[in-house]
Design a protein around this ligand. Structure first.
Ligand SMILES: Cc1cc2nc3c(=O)[nH]c(=O)nc-3n(C[C@H](O)[C@H](O)[C@H](O)COP(=O)(O)O)c2cc1C
Length: 185
């Protein structure tokens, strides 16, 4: 699959079979991630990798700390619990992407952009391998208490949880046309 086909065929998947993603595949996706462009070569990304067996441990951790994960948002505990029981056991792995915080806001903004590029590299690499993927910023995987489980300190912000696995659906998506969004000079 060439890069154009990977970009166009990548979709956000929400339904999975539960098949684990092998470690060697995860290592290769991390290799793609670290080759994302990054200004000043700050290498700002920090990764936490949860293969299938770690996801089971994470699920137990969330179950035991549900109130902390849900916070004060009405209905959040139910929503997290549902994803915990229905989605988490079906994922093949999750790569958490964090960004090291730079005290200079301009540098930090660019570092976050670089981390987003790293996320996209993972998504496209997964697509090229026939894996389903999903960039999540949902409460189940990115609530504040999750950071401690991932081993990230205060100097790291979460950029996304890249869910990976085998697809059990064929999602469709759409984009607005470019009309009105491009100026050719
Ligand atoms: C920064 C970022 C955060 C996202 N967080 C979520 C999320 O928490 N839940 C979700 O359903 N989709 C999330 N998405 C995926 C988008 O919803 C998805 O890309 C969009 O619906 C278009 O679908 P497609 O990726 O299949 O084209 C996120 C995407 C990005 C770039």
């Amino acid at each position: 699959m060439d890069v154009r086909e990977a970009i166009l065929s990548r979709r956000t998947h929400k339904h999975w079979t539960g098949e684990p993603v092998p470690r060697v595949v995860l290592e290769d996706l991390l290799e793609l991630a670290r080759w994302a462009p990054n200004h000043r070569l700050t290498n700002p990304w920090r990764f936490a990798v949860m293969p299938a067996e770690a996801l089971a441990r994470y699920g137990e951790h969330v179950r035991q700390n549900l109130a902390a994960y849900a916070g004060t948002k009405p209905g959040a505990a139910e929503a997290i619990r549902e994803k915990l029981e229905k989605m988490l056991p079906k994922l093949g792995a999750v790569i958490i992407v964090g960004c090291q915080v730079d005290p200079d806001p301009k540098i930090h903004a660019e570092d976050r952009d670089a981390c987003a590029a790293a996320c996209q590299n993972i998504l496209l690499g997964a697509t090229a391998r026939g894996l389903a993927s999903f960039w999540s910023t949902g409460a189940l995987l990115t609530s504040p208490p999750a950071k401690a489980f991932y081993g990230f300190g205060d100097n790291v912000v979460l950029v996304g949880a890249i869910c990976l696995g085998t697809a059990a659906d064929t999602p469709q998506s759409k984009r607005e046309p470019l009309e009105g969004k491009v100026r050719w000079l």
